[in-house]
Design a protein around this ligand. Structure first.
Ligand code: PLP
Length: 427
């Protein structure tokens, strides 16, 4: 018997210290990674609940183990909520992650060796859209479409050409680093023209779709996959929506096709996130993410950076560092900013002359700072702090002063009320 339900330092001082260290990092530095967010205490409570103790291979009403009466209700509720949220015919809430969701869709809809088509990985596509070392690239014949070199946007004449040439069985739309609206309708038309299925990977933008800040691909796509932890702001996990026609194949491909027992604690946390995303406040949140991204984009331009496509329609932007400093790589900029208290990631932009390991670009996202309550008015300061940090580079004193300014800004916008850092913020 456990004598306490609290996680106390006597249990595991090493991990406890590390948990506190990560909390301090999150509270005192700027979180600008486009795929991250601060989830709610309700979501974290469910994710840390006794549901982690249960085995429930199968689906509600059809389980391999007993004792699943409560779990069945939890999963059914998550399914009902996500179907209502997105207007979907069918939902599978069991994928452990976005990658697991995509893997299950490929298993459901393709045979090994079949041709599929996705966005070039060096132009914003995800590793699960055919990276040679990934399962998608090993088992399927992925071909790619790119963005237009001049506009840096998806060019549907080109998408159609590639589709007509290779006749993929599955077209994958959606991206991990693309700052504009991805319109599902022209993808649907191209898919129909060649008799292909359409999968829309909404991993990044699921929250924007749920909150009405990005058009929904659900009416157009055969299958929509997404993660629940990015703009949707729920627990780490994945989800698949589909037309009824594909429901049985999708469910079978998730379990037993590619996963074992579901993470019921995470399924409960997903149900909570779907509820939260259905509330009016979430619409305001989604709209604010975009307003903040657009304000930050304008501020970055004023600080001397170039933005891929010259701006953003969503929660992220791709920054071209070359006009600011032609010798500065994305890798180096990420390292400098990390030391100064800004978390973001290096990223290639389309036709980036540098390798994916170096890059000439950065990806910046606003979901986390928006959850913290920052608005357009705070974005110019973030842009100027990024610039100041990059200019301070190897100067320890100047870097420390930028770091203090960042900690002071973060202290004004705590993501969790009443939770404060144990390290002193700005003096
Ligand atoms: C993040 C992402 C995924 C993968 O999600 P994980 O939960 O990290 O596996 C898949 N597709 C796209 C487009 C993504 O951005």
């Amino acid at each position: 018997m456990y004598t306490s339900t609290a996680f106390t330092s006597e249990h595991d001082t090493e991990i406890n210290t590390l948990l506190q260290g990560e909390l301090d990092r999150q509270l005192t530095t700027l979180q600008l990674i486009a795929s991250e967010n601060f989830t709610s205490p309700q979501v974290m409570r469910a994710a840390g609940s006794v549901l982690t103790n249960k085995y429930s291979e199968g689906y509600p009403g059809k389980r391999y183990y007993g004792g699943n009466r409560v779990i069945d209700h939890v999963e059914a509720l998550a399914i009902d909520r996500v179907k209502a949220l997105f207007g979907a015919e069918h939902a599978n809430v069991q994928p452990h992650s976005g990658a697991s969701a995509n893997t299950a869709v490929y298993l459901a809809l393709l045979k090994p060796g079949d041709t599929a088509m996705g966005l070039r990985l060096d132009q914003g596509g995800h590793i699960t859209h055919g990276l040679p070392v990934s399962l998608s690239g090993q088992f399927y014949n992925f071909v790619s479409y790119g963005v237009d070199e001049k506009t840096e946007r998806i060019d549907f004449d080109h998408v159609r050409q590639v589709a007509l040439e290779h006749r993929p069985k599955l077209i994958v739309a959606g991206a991990t680093a693309y700052s504009r609206i991805v319109d599902a309708q022209p993808f649907r038309e191209i898919a129909d023209e060649i008799g292909a299925l359409l999968m829309f990977d909404a991993a990044h933008i699921a929250g924007l779709i749920a909150g009405g800040a990005h058009p929904s691909p659900v009416p157009y796509a055969d299958v929509v996959t997404f993660t629940t932890h990015k703009t949707l702001r729920g627990p780490r996990g994945g989800c698949i929506l589909s037309k009824t026609q594909h429901a049985a194949a999708i469910d079978k491909a998730v379990f037993p096709g590619s996963q074992g027992g579901p993470l019921d604690h995470v399924v409960a946390a997903k149900a909570i996130a779907f509820f939260e995303a259905s509330q009016p406040a979430f619409r305001t949140y989604a709209a604010q993410i975009v307003k903040n991204a657009q304000a930050l984009a304008e501020a970055m331009k004023r600080e001397g950076f170039r933005l891929c496509t010259d701006g953003t329609d969503n929660h992220l932007m791709l920054v071209d560092l070359r006009p600011f400093d032609k010798d500065l790589t994305g890798k180096r900029a990420q390292e400098i900013l990390d030391v100064a208290g800004v978390s973001l990631n290096k990223n290639q932009f389309p036709y980036d002359p540098r390798s994916p390991f170096q890059t000439s670009g950065l990806r910046i996202g606003t979901p986390s700072v928006t959850t913290q309550g920052m608005t357009e008015a705070d974005m110019p300061l973030i842009a100027s702090l990024i610039k100041a940090a990059l200019l301070a580079a190897d100067d320890e004193a100047r870097t420390a002063s930028v770091r203090d300014e960042i900690a002071a800004l973060c202290a004004k916008f705590p993501p969790y009320s009443g939770v404060t850092s144990t390290v002193s913020s700005a003096a």
